[in-house]
Design a protein around this ligand. Structure first.
Ligand code: SDX
Length: 427
């Protein structure tokens, strides 16, 4: 609802624009009528552009606040479970015990995948990056689950939400098992969502794998911390793909592809590699110097954020979880020492202070995941499992709000019209 106006004056033309008010955060100028006046706005990377209206997640980057349907991430991470957060993101309210039990049972009962899909893996090299396999297999799910692909049907969208939420850990664990040449492990319905994932990752036919409750809790908390984050690059990708009416499996595969980039979800793997490259506290200054050097493409992985100009609240919880896991496993990871010292130096360095660069969600997650025995090429896969619910919630919200195909305009600076003269001798 517009509660005041903006006037845009360009030469002799002036345009009255509505200013729309949010529940929280910045007001937005409704520029939808500008196109009919012959003007477009220009904002590569959408640094100042709201692409949609949403009720799912809110981030206050200046104050380091993250709310899912109004609930602060710190409370959810310590008092909730990932499946309860999934329910909240999907349906907007915390579930009653009865609603939660039904939701959990339905998710548990959909964790198996069509047996034919296991053959799909044989088309990949064993040394394929698991994100490449996850992206391919997720897109291929549309070839197996086409009985509920009418995206305009809310019942079909609900069925697909369950299928994706339930099957992503199964497919992800299969990507890992395939890469190490071990047999796939079937889901077990008597385990929790996180426990089942750890079991599918680390169990073998040779002996019983007992899930460590501390690691199970840490895994569940990592899923919660990565569940959703407003209109980040991969969620915007899912919305754009879905805006054409594309099937949800294809849209989620597009989200996985976008998440893989090192500037986004690939940063956790890149951050661990960076810490391993730094190796010792003594080497930190040279890397800080490189991160500040305009002529060096090196950036401090796990630092900085388009929205957070303060501590990423997820990084705070992640840091605490990191200490818990290393203590439980009685591990002294030298990388944690490097990470803590790197954080201390960066947070006191004028460059990082002026540019408001703080540790983000990816800074500590790699150390925890490594401690859980997960290889670094699986880190972004873990992120994709967790973010699937966020992608689905936004994809669903877009359909509920009425589909409008995403079709941005451009600032054209190419040739004006000119005659074509071929230099090629036609056979
Ligand atoms: C995620 O959007 C989301 O919500 C994402 C996410 C989610 O949950 O979905 O939170 C998950 O993707 C977290 C971010 C993970 N990426 C990294 O850790 C990679 C390292 N970070 C940078 O690549 C960067 O900070 C971004 C991509 C995260 C943000 O980039 P922006 O907003 O486009 O900012 P920018 O690149 O314009 O940087 C502003 C300035 C630049 O200097 P100047 O050109 O102004 O002189 O800060 C500098 C940058 O050079 N800068 C860094 C830096 N990040 C920004 N310098 C050194 N190291 C860094 N990490």
């Amino acid at each position: 609802m517009a509660d005041n106006k903006a006037k845009l004056t360009i030469a002799e033309t002036s345009v009255d624009l509505d200013v729309l008010s949010p529940t929280l955060g910045s007001k937005v100028i409704d520029i939808r009528t500008l196109g009919s006046k012959g003007y477009y706005t220009y904002d590569p990377g959408f640094t100042s552009t709201a692409s949609c209206e949403s009720k799912i997640t809110f981030i206050d980057g200046d104050n380091g606040i993250l709310l899912h349907r109004g609930f602060p991430i710190g409370q959810l991470a310590t008092e909730s479970t990932y499946l309860e957060v999934c329910y909240i993101l999907l349906y907007g309210e915390a579930p009653t015990q009865e609603q939660y039990d039904k939701f959990k049972t339905t998710v548990t009962r959909h964790t198996m995948i069509h047996e034919q899909i296991t053959r799909l893996f044989n088309g990949f090299r064993r040394d394929s990056h698991p994100m490449a396999v996850l992206c391919g297999v997720t897109g291929a799910l549309a070839a197996f689950y086409h009985d509920a692909l009418d995206v305009s049907n809310p019942v079909h969208r609900d069925i697909t939400a369950y299928r994706l939420l339930s099957k992503m850990p199964t497919v992800a664990a299969m990507c890992y098992k395939y890469s190490i040449g071990q047999p796939f492990v079937y889901p077990k319905n008597d385990l929790s969502y996180a426990g089942n994932f750890l079991h599918m990752m680390f169990a073998t036919p040779c002996e019983e794998y007992v899930v460590n409750p501390v690691l199970e809790r840490a895994m569940d908390r990592i899923f919660i911390l990565h569940a959703d984050h407003e209109q980040n690059a991969s969620t915007s990708t899912v919305r754009t793909a879905g805006s054409s009416g594309a099937n949800p499996f294809a849209c989620i595969a597009a989200g996985i592809a976008s998440l893989w980039g090192p500037a986004h979800g690939g940063a956790n793997e890149a951050c661990l590699r960076m810490l391993e490259e730094i190796k010792t506290v003594e080497h930190i200054p040279e890397f800080i110097k490189r991160a500040k050097d305009k002529n060096d493409s090196f950036r401090l992985m796990g630092f900085g954020h388009r929205v957070y100009k303060n501590y990423d609240p997820r990084a705070t919880v992640m840091r605490e979880t990191c200490h818990e896991v290393l203590k439980e496993l009685n591990l002294n990871d030298s990388l944690l020492e490097v990470a803590m010292e790197l954080e201390r130096i960066a947070l006191n360095d004028p460059y990082f202070i002026e540019k408001k660069l703080y540790p983000n969600v990816d800074f500590y997650s790699g150390i925890i995941l490594k401690a859980l025995g997960i290889p670094s090429n699986m880190f972004t896969v873990i992120f994709a499992i967790a973010r699937t619910i966020g992608w689905i919630a936004h994809w669903n919200e877009m359909h509920e709000d009425g589909l409008k195909i995403a079709r941005p305009r451009q600032l054209y600076t190419g040739y004006s019209e000119r005659d074509f003269k071929s230099e090629i001798k036609k056979k």
